[in-house]
Design a binder for this molecule. Sequence first.
Ligand code: MG
Length: 370
Amino acid sequence: MNRREYLKLAGAMATTPLMSSGMQSTSAGEPAKIECSLSRLNLRHTWTTTMSSSEFRETVQLRYSRDGITGNGEGAPIVRYKEFPESARRAIESVSGKITAGDPLAYRKMLEEVRQALGPGQHAAMAAVDIAVFDWIGKKLGVPLYKFFGLDPADAPVTDFSIGIDTPEITRQKTREATDFPVLKVKVGLKTDEPTIEAVRSVTKKPIRVDANEGWTDKEEAIRKINWLESQGIEYVEQPMPAHMLEETRYVRSKVHLPIYADEACTDAHMIPQLANAYDGINVKLDKSGGILEAIRWIEMARALNLKVMLGCMVSSSCTITAAAHISPLVDHADLDGGLLVANDPWHGVRIEKGKVLLPTGPGLGLSPA
Ligand code: MG
């Protein structure tokens, strides 16, 4: 896309229902500004994990404008980390002076100052700012973000498709609907794990990963379940036990063959070295790390510790999913289907074809309004 086409698109975006009124991009020389709103994402299926069951999710949408260019960002706060959409939006607005005063081309300094100003516990808010700033930088420099980070889009791993907890009948139906995906991720962690996996296996032989979302609290139960899952041809297990049960997880890992990944246990860079003793890999998400810059740091730390890396997501629009997809060439496994679960995605961005992650080639995130 050339600059003229981009500006036309930016104008069209200002009229989408998602955005509130008066959101024109700034012209060159005008002060930077941000605009923040909440967006309700309706889910195609009721989404159930061990944590919650929901029909919709609310995310924070952020527009960062400077020099006639607008970057778009998104944050998806979730209850598990005690983060909420409205408080995330207020947190961003409370540091708007820091965001608009900073130089986005000196993004390491700018984003660190915003992170300090937001304080702890606002990872999704920080993700929204980071993504919007990187979208802006890519547009300013006229390059897609994967290129800005020196990555080859051909290295992006296949993404799996997630199947939430449901009755065996609906699980079979969802598995059939996922025919286009070569790999599935199935949510487990309840008493119904065996019937759930048997329902999926009755329909498909394709590779399956499972995510227990901290659901097994007894280490012997976890060992039993994981060994049974191995007999069902499962590839790996995510977060079998509660995040704080590090010693128990280390014991479980010593008794099973399947690789164990940390998700809820991995919420801060400083935790990663201790996770290396109990897990085989970590699940990096922009809404946990607080955006792309810190996610890359997590990935590099994990590599230095010989940990595998998967790149996951919350339920989000294509804004966050596309941001994550741009750095997916850095990781072993991708779980970037959060946008596919949404019925009213406001953006077109990354495309998923037969599980293959196809990155947009436009500057920045390369988003266009849906
Ligand atoms: Mg998970």
